[in-house]
Ligand binder design. Structure first.
Ligand code: P6P
Length: 280
């Protein structure tokens, strides 16, 4: 597994350089789910593909930016599902963006996720690894070396509320729940970037991030394989929970690698509130 974490570190250093120096404009291409790709999306995807191409333990790559998986080594053990640059359009307005990686065995189901990593490209470049029953925070220094900083653990209850999705398309019970959380004094923290928004809740001790099913998107927007499962594992290893409103997200299996799901990540008290709101 170490060789995979090292490939992610090399990718992160190269992607950070691309964010700071390359063209952040739109390409003429669309990805598998019809999003117009930024040149940075394509560049980040290429960097990750290059850095993993020599990692013998990686069997195949599944990228959010590609329709189909890419075979690397028949004898490889791991399948890597990744979003090369999540929230990439935020780079244009100088907000934080991130890369997300799920390291799977056999298939891309939540139960076969063996390790999760994300990188936040913000004022500092930080990498969070969920593996071996713990969540580690690492930070990149001026010599391009990542250093372990601390373990991350969520409190039972937090103070931040990060509500995603178009509010006019929320279900009534969801709107009542979000309004009730704000009425209890929670602070709004939502940038439109899943990686920095979830990173903030983890580092500030807790709260709730939600991207529900809505009237226009009943299955939500966020992709299981590339985005949802890795954060679900990290939140659970940090002592929180991650559900689709009813079940643990890590109990789900996508029919297709680009499938989406409603998702809620948070401290225990907030997730129990979601369960009661969603009729559990
Ligand atoms: P909305 C970014 O495009 C993304 O995939 C996630 O990073 C983020 O949480 C979500 O979409 C934001 O979606 O509908 O709030 O703009």
């Amino acid at each position: 597994m170490t060789e995979i974490f090292e490939a992610i570190k090399r990718s992160a250093i190269r992607i950070r350089y691309a964010i700071e120096n390359d063209d952040t404009g739109y390409s003429h291409n669309q990805n598998a789910t019809g999003d117009v790709q930024l040149k940075l999306d394509i560049k980040s995807d290429l960097i990750i593909e290059e850095e993993f191409s020599n990692v013998a333990t990686v069997k195949e790559l599944a990228s959010e930016e590609k329709e189909h998986v890419e075979r690397l080594n028949e004898s490889g053990k791991y399948l890597i599902g990744y979003d090369p640059l999540d929230g990439s359009s935020l780079a244009d307005v100088n907000l934080s963006v991130g890369s997300i990686f799920g390291i799977y065995e056999d298939d891309y189901s939540g139960k076969n996720l063996k390790a999760s990593v994300y990188v936040v490209y913000g004022p500092r470049v930080e990498m969070v690894i969920g593996y071996d029953n713990r969540v580690e925070l690492h930070r990149l220094d001026a010599e391009h070396v990542f250093h372990f900083i601390q373990l991350i653990n969520l409190d039972q209850k937090g103070k931040l509320n990060s509500p995603g999705g178009t509010q006019k398309n929320w279900e009534c019970h969801h709107k009542e729940m979000i309004d009730g959380i704000f009425a209890d004094g929670y602070r709004l923290r939502y940038s439109g970037g899943m990686v920095p928004d979830l990173h903030q809740i983890l580092l500030k001790g807790g709260g709730l991030f939600s991207y529900p099913g809505t009237s226009d998107n009943p299955k939500g927007k966020l992709r299981m394989t590339f985005e949802v499962f890795p954060f679900a594992q990290i939140y659970e290893l940090a002592g929180g929970q991650a559900i689709d409103g009813h079940r643990r997200l890590l109990e789900l299996s996508p029919a297709h690698i680009h499938d989406t799901t409603p998702c809620f990540f948070g401290s225990n008290e907030e997730i129990e509130r979601v369960k009661s709101c969603y009729g559990n």
